[in-house]
Structure formats: structure tokens, C-alpha cells
Design a protein around this ligand. Structure first.
Ligand code: PLP
Length: 359
């Protein structure tokens, strides 16, 4: 990816051609598998990219917060799944009701008490709120065990919620470089059990929604009827290990400048933790891959400094470098805009619109 030499750094630079290729590749994989695509928009938080995902035949978007859902609905992307155990108490009750009136909304649920709040929020609206029961497939974050899906679904139906299926997230695929296939298999088994549990309760086939970027690239297979990859749009350093993405597939880099070179073999970049975030899985060394010095390690981050060590060819003060971040979602969350480049020229600036202000 070529980037302009005079960039103000740190900056997030997106290669428009690579982004488009990633969108097309996922569209083709979903369509070959006969699975609907509902990509997770928390990766980009950007209306321009959401519109491109929908143009690549996404059935809708997945989001994590009510604020993200409101933002995308305002922009006209109004088929939305909040894949999160949303707490709809307090001021959120009226916000959820208003969103439900104007959008095709689905919400995740994994407890009776939160389901009660969702039902209360939807009670003033014209139609029942659609919910998906979250099933824990092995990440052990949120979600009920498969054997509890039928009970919670029956409770939700009694509350007047429209249960349309179940969802899970195989986040344990990220725990080790060789754990993706096992996590995907765990998810298929949990969703199969959830589907069987729901078949007796619902009068239509349940939506069975799953996925993460590594597991959908491992294979989108039944029982999944819907896949929710997020990170695939850009890729990142983790995906180079987990999803088989090559360096040439990575559509976003952090452009950074060398601001100090105080010792031999070392350089300091202006992309500290406020640009690169601190996310680093235990199996990955360093805080990003410097494309100009792949042998080196971003060893230490402070807020505005990234200390690179192990340089074989020195970097000089003023040099511009491109860093593939470890985890792109947390990096985008820190940015205000994405600079889109084509052949080394900035062709567009897309705002990161739903930066977290309220959830
Ligand atoms: C509930 C849920 N669905 C989908 C995704 C997307 O997964 P990935 O970032 O691996 O593409 C995430 C990511 O955190 C998630 O939490």
C-alpha cells in the first residue's frame, strides 16, 4: 500500500482497492455457503463502509451498542442486529422504542431480567421486538448454555418478545493461533443444539447467527444461517495469523513518523497507545508490524510514543512508516477519520462516525 509522504501523522490510511476486494471476497464466501451476511460494523464505525457492505449484499448490519444502531439507522442503514445483551433500562427505554419504530431491529438477550426490560421498552410500540437468544459456545463471555436456550426462549415469548433465533460468538478462536477450527466446531455444535431447542417453540425455522472473521474464513457451514464477521473489512496483524490474510490483503495501516532515534537499532514513532491501542494477544510479540522494518518489534508503548527495537537497517528521524496494528477495531475506535488512498494519493476522508460517546 503506497501512502503520501507528507501525511500528518499518526493517521489511519485505508487502501480503497483492498477494502473492496475484502468485501467482495466475503460476499462470495457467504453466497457460496448459502449463508446471509450481517457484518459487524463495530470494526469500522463508518457509514461509507457500511453502505459498501450493504451493496455487497449484506442482509443488514450487526452492532454492539444502541448508539451505533441509532447512528447507522439515521444514515439509512436500518436493518440492524444489536448482538449484545442490551440493558434497556432508564433513558434507553425510550431510545430503544423509537429505534424499533423506525428500523428493522433485532436485539440479543441472555437473561430473563434484561428480556423484561426489552419487553417493557417495546410495549408501547406497534409490533413485538425481535430477539435472538445468545448461546455460549465456549468463549464463556455472555450467553446461556445450549440446554438453557429453550427455557429462556419460552420466557421471552411469554413476555411478548418475538424470538426469531439464536446467536453465538466464537471469541475463543482468538486465544491461540491454532484454536480456530476447534472454536468453529464448538459454535456449530452449540448452534445446532439451540436450533433443535427452538424448532419446537417457533413457527418458522430459527435464525442461527454466528461467526467471527477467523471462523467464517475457516468455513461457513450449516447450521449457520447468518454470519457476522467484522474485522475482515480491513484485516489486521491477528488476522494474518488466524485467518490466513496475507500482507497484501490488509486494507488499513497506521501511518506513523519517526520522531526520535536515540540509540542504535531503535527508533521512536509518534503512534503511541492513543493511536495503536494497547491490544496484544499473549501469543503475539509487540504492538504492530512495521512494514518498513518487519524484523523489528514495537516493544513499548506510552501514550504518544512507540519504541521500536531490533532494527537491522536504521530508521531516521522524519521517516514515514506503515504499521499493521494488532487489532484494528480498537485502533479505529480511537480515530476521527479514515484517509482513503489509491495509488499513493488521498482520494477521500471518511469520518469514523460512531466513536463511543454514549452507549
Ligand atoms: C458478538 C460479536 N459478533 C461478531 C463479532 C465479529 O468478530 P470479528 O471481529 O472476529 O470479525 C464480534 C467481535 O467482537 C462480536 O463480539
Amino acid at each position: 500500500m503506497h501512502i503520501p509522504a507528507d501525511l500528518d501523522t499518526p493517521a489511519l490510511v485505508v487502501d480503497g482497492g483492498r477494502l473492496e476486494a475484502n468485501l467482495a471476497r466475503m460476499e462470495a464466501a457467504a453466497s457460496a455457503a448459502g449463508v446471509e451476511l450481517r457484518p459487524h460494523a463495530k470494526t469500522h464505525k463508518c457509514v461509507e463502509i457500511a453502505r459498501r457492505q450493504l451493496a455487497h449484499r449484506a442482509a443488514g448490519l450487526t452492532v454492539a451498542t444502541l448508539a451505533e444502531a441509532e447512528l447507522f439507522a439515521r444514515a439509512g442503514c436500518d436493518r440492524l442486529f444489536i448482538a449484545y445483551p442490551l440493558w434497556a433500562g432508564g433513558a434507553r427505554r425510550a431510545r430503544l422504542a423509537a429505534l424499533h419504530e423506525r428500523a428493522e431491529l433485532r436485539v440479543g438477550v441472555d437473561s430473563l431480567v434484561a428480556a423484561g426490560q426489552l419487553a417493557a421498552a417495546a410495549s408501547s410500540t406497534a409490533r413485538p421486538l425481535q430477539v435472538l437468544i445468545e448461546v455460549d459456545c465456549g468463549q464463556h463471555r455472555t450467553g446461556v448454555p445450549p440446554q438453557d436456550v429453550a427455557g429462556l426462549a419460552a420466557d421471552c415469548l411469554r413476555l411478548g418478545l418475538d424470538v426469531i433465533g439464536a446467536f453465538s460468538h466464537p471469541g475463543h478462536a482468538y486465544l491461540a493461533v491454532d484454536g480456530v477450527a476447534a472454536a468453529a466446531a464448538d459454535e456449530r455444535s452449540a448452534l445446532t443444539a439451540a436450533g433443535t431447542a427452538l424448532a419446537g417453540l417457533l413457527d418458522r425455522p430459527p435464525v442461527l447467527s454466528g461467526g467471527s472473521t477467523p471462523t467464517v474464513y475457516d468455513g461457513m457451514a450449516r447450521p449457520l444461517t447468518e454470519a457476522r464477521p467484522g474485522t475482515y473489512v480491513f484485516g489486521d496483524r491477528q488476522q494474518m495469523y488466524l485467518s490466513g490474510m496475507a500482507e497484501g490483503d490488509i486494507a488499513l495501516v497506521v501511518a506513523a513518523r519517526v520522531v526520535s532515534a536515540p540509540r542504535p537499532g531503535e527508533a521512536v514513532l509518534d503512534s503511541g497507545s492513543k493511536a495503536l491501542s494497547g491490544d496484544r494477544p499473549p501469543w503475539l510479540t509487540g504492538h504492530g508490524l512495521v512494514l518498513e522494518a518487519p524484523e523489528a518489534t514495537i516493544d513499548v508503548l506510552s501514550e504518544e510514543h512507540a519504541v521500536v527495537r531490533g532494527l537491522r537497517t536504521p530508521l531516521a528521524v522524519g521517516d514515514l512508516v506503515r504499521v499493521i496494528p494488532n487489532h484494528v477495531c480498537t485502533v479505529v475506535n480511537l480515530a476521527r477519520e479514515l484517509l482513503v488512498v489509491s495509488d499513493g494519493v488521498v482520494t477521500d476522508r471518511w469520518p469514523v462516525s460512531s466513536r463511543r460517546t454514549a452507549s
